[in-house]
Design a protein around this ligand. Structure first.
Ligand code: FAD
Length: 399
């Protein structure tokens, strides 16, 4: 146990020195963590410690030799972060993108019929079948607080809805700095949420095509059009893309993850036509000089010019395109800062510190108010993990 405690000490570095300041819940959590650490071999503990502190580049260089392989894998360590593949902590982000499974296929990523909205529609339909009433286009203005606990929500249209329990699935800034008057939270908590980093770094270019682009590496229609195409020829390429963003610019040669959803779901485009979805990094939320039409056009042109190096006929098949910056993500999806995960996956914003130290168990300092979205543990992605865990905690308190 002494060996395990020594090894996890750096991981739980934020534990207050005075044990009497820990709540019973914190104590239980730490005991569980200690028990788990104790069950691991020394080798496993060091591997975990390395994995959460290393850069994705360092991790991959221990295992692989080929530049394109390392570059492509390293890119999974930067998605949704404002970091480069050589930044410490990105090995964990890489792991985040490979956790879990789909229908028993470990590490798999999947396409949803009718796009991601199809997942939401399926959840909504299942909830309705269980008697749940869902209101859309009903923006929340405030959480109503009565007698020191959350008692419902006030909508922007003036309607008020009473509730025994309120759970927010909006981002942490909205959930705690906008929906609830700050007098209901300890100053320390408010400060932690203010400091929570939510800077968006990703853009999206959606392209409508009259045919498929031909890629030099594998000419003609082929399996690559049904998979994911990563423009990340080396770790250095991705790191240089980050260099531009560090100083406030979009990447002159960006990293891209490209898919053709219409190759999987033929209903997404007219026969013979296709849609091409390009996830792009880096596009800073607060780009130097601000995002205006000219800057968005320049960003879109940079992306097309980059694709053209690999698929020279791309311009001939483009029918239209939509350029989405982090500011557009903020406006369209209602995410402060436009960060795709409601907050960066940084070491100091993960596990028991997401969204704030001591408040990572889906409860909040306001009684009856819960938090179960991507800004909570275990972070973003279309996986529903935070929501499910929050619901479990709500049910425990309800009894
Ligand atoms: C461009 C982009 C690409 C992505 N790609 C992938 C991917 O390929 N794979 C993957 O797994 N994940 C991806 N993600 C991340 C994933 O979509 C999110 O992590 C996930 O949707 C988070 O789910 P959530 O329920 O926590 O929050 P959300 O899905 O963001 O839901 C929160 C909801 O709260 C609403 N809201 C905000 N303010 C208010 C208000 N005042 N009143 C009422 N409602 C409000 C928002 O409009 C939103 O609908 C991507 C995200 C983006 C933006």
């Amino acid at each position: 146990m002494a060996r395990a405690a020594k090894a996890i000490k750096p991981i739980i570095g934020l534990v207050p020195p005075d044990p009497s300041s820990l709540s019973w819940r914190d104590m239980k959590g730490l005991l569980k963590l200690g028990q788990y650490a104790h069950s691991l071999s020394e080798h496993e503990l060091y591997r975990i410690a390395k994995l959460v502190t290393q850069s994705s580049a360092d991790l991959l260089e221990e295992w692989f030799e080929l530049d394109p392989l390392k570059g492509t894998k390293a890119a999974s360590g930067i998605i949704g972060t404002y970091l480069g593949p050589r930044s410490p902590g990105t090995a964990y982000v890489l792991l985040h993108h490979y956790m879990g499974e789909i229908d028993g296929a470990f590490r798999a990523w999947g396409f949803a019929k009718n796009g991601t909205g199809g997942v939401t529609a399926a959840i909504a339909s299942s909830a309705r079948a269980l008697g749940v009433e869902i209101r859309t286009n009903a923006a929340v203005d405030k959480v109503i607080v009565r007698g020191g606990r959350a008692a419902g929500v006030a909508l922007a249209n003036g309607d008020e809805l009473s509730a025994t329990v309120v759970m927010s699935a909006a981002d942490p800034k909205r959930s705690f700095l906008q929906f609830v008057d700050q007098q209901h939270f300890p100053d320390e908590f408010v400060q932690a949420i203010r400091n929570f980093r939510v800077r968006g770094s990703s853009g999206k270019i959606n392209i409508a095509l009259s045919g498929l682009p031909d890629f030099n590496c594998l000419p003609g229609e082929g399996p690559l059009h049904r998979g994911a195409i990563s423009i990340s020829p080396s770790i250095e390429y991705v790191e240089r893309a980050y260099d531009d963003a560090k100083y406030g610019n979009f990447s002159r040669q960006p990293y891209m993850d490209i898919i053709f959803p219409s190759m999987i779901d033929r209903d997404m485009a007219p026969p013979g036509h296709h849609v091409m979805s390009c996830f792009v990094q880096y596009a800073p939320y607060d780009v130097a000089g601000g995002w205006d039409d000219a800057k968005k056009d320049a960003f879109g042109e940079t992306v097309i010019a980059t694709i053209e190096k690999y698929a020279p006929n791309i311009r001939k098949v483009i029918v239209g395109k939509q350029v989405i910056t982090p500011q557009d993500i903020e406006r369209i999806a209602g995410i402060t800062g436009g960060n795709i995960f409601h907050g960066e996956l940084l070491l100091h914003q993960l596990f028991f510190m997401r969204p704030a130290p001591q408040w990572a168990d889906f409860r909040t300092p306001l009684s009856g108010y819960y938090f179960g979205a991507a800004g909570a543990h275990p972070g973003g992605g279309v996986m529903g993990a935070a929501g499910k865990m929050a619901a479990t905690e709500i049910l425990k308190d309800w009894q």
